[in-house]
Design a protein. Sequence first.
Length: 92
Amino acid sequence: MTTKLSPAMPTPFRSNTTLEYSLVNRGDIELAVFSVDGRRVRTLARGVTEAGIHRASWDGRDEDHRAVGAGVYFVRLVTPQGDFNRRVVRLQ
């Protein structure tokens, strides 16, 4: 197993997408969604996380639970082993 962020399923999505990530070692991580201009939209996971396979869902909403617009977003996983990025497309 390697530390990685798999492609979101499904993408494009309308109401919900799932992100799967794996960690080789226990460590402090952050999984967040960003707009194309680099603004943080939502934090999906943060903190010390055990090694293994993990899943997080994004419902297309921001930190204040407001629906975000259709478009391209980026998911970033920050781990002690490095940073990993994936593109996600939200439809209206």
